[in-house]
Design a protein around this ligand. Structure first.
Ligand SMILES: Nc1ncnc2c1ncn2[C@@H]1O[C@H](COP(=O)(O)OP(=O)(O)OP(=O)(O)O)[C@@H](O)[C@H]1O
Length: 362
């Protein structure tokens, strides 16, 4: 494990609900004649405390969903540890995931349209979840679930296609809640919803955190919603975590060039020029070909430990940044950066951006 874990440990007095240590996931891609390995997640470590929302932000392809799928045990990690209540479930439940784990860790997917089978009524989904995990599916229990997520009893008899996207996502959350989970992995739960209903789903997640002490991993590429919802934010780039800490601290004082690059793409009416290609090209260069790191003891640091620097503390939790000198695997990094939006909506690669910047500067 290259990342020291102390810097991500929760400062709460209680132990974290779930800890991830050195999680790595490789996929085999290609045909039998040209097999190659894609490292989607590389040596990632973090904690998820109860009653806190942790946002995992990053661009498409950075590895966010792979982490969630590994934690939901839908993918088998290549290496690492996943400790739930201190037990490494990858060792104790190596072959078969226990029902107890599935009950404690639930996932809500991005697509509220695809995650509910259209041939069943809403009552079916909730009843099934309750019964599978040994609860009584009484009318009272079903109604309570619906009310918790802001839906009404009469919707029990509805089919998914009769509900709006926001209502369907609430049903998906109700289904997850049916088993009384301690952790919800929410993978872009609002990205397919109308802007007008997004905030309702975010507020629901916030209420569940406060009222039920549920831990949440909120995966998103929408920095605004992470700022609105999360207690802690972690930034992921090319399969690795590059920055983390109090959500407001990370957004207001980003310490890694990749976090700055992400933020520079967020429309901001108060920022003159709003989108600066020269600055963005410099940030890309600093990410791909780092030459210095400002967080060493004397303004520089070696390429050896520590891989993470503590740059501040907010609300009792450390704000850390990965050493700038630790260059990412260049093929993955270039692929992820390629997804970075240009103001005209086209994808670009770093060469184009540098050229664009040089032209603009000239
Ligand atoms: N089943 C798979 N087989 C091969 N490669 C995969 C598989 N799943 C993910 N990958 C690769 O792993 C990398 C990370 O993908 P992942 O879906 O985790 O990213 P992400 O940050 O969640 O992106 P998005 O926001 O678009 O969902 C990508 O390069 C992707 O192509």
């Amino acid at each position: 494990m290259t990342e020291p874990i102390a810097s991500t440990e929760s400062t709460e007095s209680t132990a974290p609900l779930l800890s991830v240590r050195g999680l790595t996931k490789d996929f085999q891609v290609g045909t039998v004649f040209s097999r190659r390995r894609v490292r989607a997640v590389n040596d990632v470590s973090f904690d998820l405390p109860a009653g806190r929302i942790t946002a995992l932000v990053g661009e498409s392809g950075s590895g966010k969903s792979t982490i969630a799928r590994c934690l939901a045990r839908l993918e088998q990690p290549s290496s690492g540890e996943v400790l739930l209540d201190g037990q490494d479930v990858l060792r104790t439940e190596r072959r078969r995931v226990s029902r107890a784990y599935r009950r404690k860790v639930q996932m809500v997917f991005q697509d509220p349209f695809g995650s509910l089978n259209p041939v069943h009524r809403i009552e079916h989904f909730l009843t099934r979840a309750l019964v599978l995990h040994g609860h009584s599916a009484s009318r009272e229990a079903l109604c309570e679930l619906l009310t918790t997520v802001g839906l009404t009893e009469d919707m029990l008899q509805s089919y998914p296609h009769e509900l709006s996207g926001g209502q369907r996502q609430r049903v998906a959350i109700a289904r997850a809640l049916a088993v009384e989970p301690r952790l919800i992995l929410a993978d872009e739960p609002t990205s397919m919803l109308d802007v007008s209903v997004r905030v309702g789903v975010l507020n629901l997640m916030r209420r569940l955190r406060d009222e039920r002490d549920i831990a949440m991993l909120y995966i998103t590429h929408d920095l605004g919603s992470a700022r609105y919802l999360a207690d802690t934010t972690m930034v992921m780039f090319a399969g690795e975590l590059v920055e983390g800490g109090d959500a407001l601290a990370v957004m207001d004082a980003p310490a890694h060039p990749y976090t700055r690059l992400l933020l520079s793409a967020v429309p901001d009416p108060e920022r003159a020029g709003s989108y600066d290609p020269v600055e963005r090209a410099k940030l890309r260069e600093a990410i791909l070909n780092p030459t210095s790191c400002p967080y060493g003891d004397d303004g520089t640091c070696s390429r050896t430990e520590p891989v993470r620097h503590i740059v501040g503390e907010d609300d009792g939790q450390p704000h850390w940044v990965r050493c700038h000198l630790r260059a990412p695997a260049s093929d993955i990094a270039r692929r992820v950066l390629k997804a970075t939006d240009r103001p005209d909506g086209e994808a670009t690669d770093t060469t184009d951006a540098t050229e664009e910047a040089e032209t603009t500067a000239a």
